[in-house]
Write a protein that binds this ligand. Structure first.
Ligand SMILES: [Mg+2]
Length: 441
């Protein structure tokens, strides 16, 4: 018997529930439902018109229903009257295949056939900016190497503390907060979990940071590259596979502490990286961050080629510690569910085929890339990554042709809207279109 939300509302004094879901573009949508109606909503879901969101539907389609997952309940730490719920989408009595949370759950199920669970942690970088997004919020944050700047961090103490206290209260086990490599940029880290929990928390984290920033008179953005001369917002993920309490990625006999299946899984991600980029770097603006020239701080901290290494941040995949790897491809606009789902789908392919990633590289890829002319490079723009996705059988098999075709169709429509106003040129400034369409990603 699943948790009874109506009873929980009474015991926790929740007056309203946000029944929410994330569409294909990662937009968080919801209905605010009074506790008196939650019993019925828990069973039958909250109704939405799919066409009004980034899902490939028509205005003639039947209502789609978001059925909340009671295990995802988060009582807003800054407004305890409200409980947030992640939901799965249903239509005509069936799950919606193109619902990102449903897509992730399907991949989790595939992995469970091998008795494996993916655990992951995400590093969500964000900027605090001015109301119109034209500059960073802190005028005194001007160091050329601003990473870990204590004074700039402490000028934001009240906000950072409120976000971190919230995570402590929610039991996420946050453990560090810092000023990142760009002026105005911050990162906050909490413990890794089963990937569905991490994906739900990732969605909530972005909502929480934006909401609390507003409360403190600021604006937060996860946009991949809001300022062309500064380091962008990455969303690195740390990945491991578990069987119960055993980390199946751990092998202390290996030079980096990774098992054979970890290398197979990692090789699957590398093999599909160009196509994955359409999910992990899903906006026009994303391609200012990958394949990018050095920034004011000296490095972009984002990958250009598809390579892996030990504890070396210039490669797409880094192995920082035994038993896990870090994928550095994703940016702040990545859909939290498609991020995890894409890693599982491509990693499983590597596992099934026992793919070999080849020898790791230990060079400084930012300076030595010319010595590796045969390494595959990441796509240069969104169009290229969508074309790669279109031709990718692994991701088509994992998510279904209909879902992949829908995603490509919607993204190409977005691209054509961009091209009506602008040309994508990494050497020129971030366009107004990019800001208008990505600042709130
Ligand atoms: Mg970082």
């Amino acid at each position: 018997m699943s948790k009874n939300l109506s009873q929980i509302a009474k015991s926790k004094k929740i007056k309203y529930f946000l029944i929410s879901f994330v569409d294909l573009f990662g937009v968080l949508r919801s209905k605010l439902v009074p506790a008196r109606a939650i019993s019925d909503m828990q069973k039958n879901g909250a109704g939405f018109a799919g066409f009004a969101t980034w899902l490939d539907m028509t205005p003639a389609d039947a209502d789609m229903f978001a059925i909340p997952d009671p295990d995802s309940l988060i009582q807003l730490p800054w407004n305890k009257e409200v409980g947030w719920l992640a939901s799965d989408l249903w239509m005509n009595g069936k799950l919606v295949d193109a619902s990102p949370r449903v897509m992730l759950k399907k991949q989790i199920k595939e992995l469970s056939r091998k008795n494996l669970v993916m655990k992951s942690g995400v590093e969500c970088e964000y900027f605090l900016i001015s109301e119109d997004g034209s500059t960073i919020a802190d005028k005194r944050d001007i160091q050329s190497k601003p990473c870990y700047d204590q004074s700039a961090l402490m000028r934001r103490y009240e906000l950072i503390k409120e976000i971190c206290d919230s995570m402590i209260e929610l039991g996420w086990n946050p453990y560090q907060n810092d000023h990142e490599d760009a002026n105005g940029q911050f990162e906050m880290n909490w413990d890794y979990s089963d990937c569905l929990v991490t994906a739900d928390r990732h969605v909530f984290f972005k909502f929480m940071v934006k909401s609390l920033a507003e409360k403190h008179g600021l604006r937060a953005t996860f946009m991949p590259k809001p300022f062309e001369n500064l380091t962008g917002n990455g969303c690195h993920a740390h990945i491991s596979l578990w069987d119960g309490k055993i980390n199946k990625f751990l092998d202390n006999g290996d030079r980096y502490g990774l098992s054979k299946i970890a290398y197979n899984f990692l090789a699957g991600v590398m093999k599909n990286a160009e196509s994955l980029s359409s999910l992990f770097n899903p906006t026009v603006n994303s391609y200012r961050r990958i394949n990018a020239p050095p920034t004011k701080s000296g490095a972009s901290w984002s990958p250009s080629s598809i390579s892996y290494s030990g504890n070396n941040r210039t490669h797409m995949i880094r192995i920082p510690d035994p038993g896990r790897f870090e994928l550095r491809l994703m940016d702040g606009s990545a859909n939290p569910y498609l991020l995890q789902a894409g890693v599982i789908a491509s990693g499983l392919y590597g596992l099934n085929l026992k793919l070999d990633p080849g020898e790791p590289l230990s060079c400084n890829m930012y300076t030595d890339y010319k010595n590796y002319p045969n390494l595959p490079r990441l796509p240069d723009d969104l169009e290229e990554s969508l074309d790669m996705l279109n031709d990718n059988k692994v991701l088509r098999d994992a998510f279904g042709d209909h879902t992949i075709d829908s995603y490509i169709k919607l993204k190409k429509e977005e691209l054509s809207n961009f091209h009506k106003e602008e040309i994508f040129d990494k050497k020129s400034s971030v366009t107004n279109w990019e800001k208008q369409n990505t600042l709130d990603c």
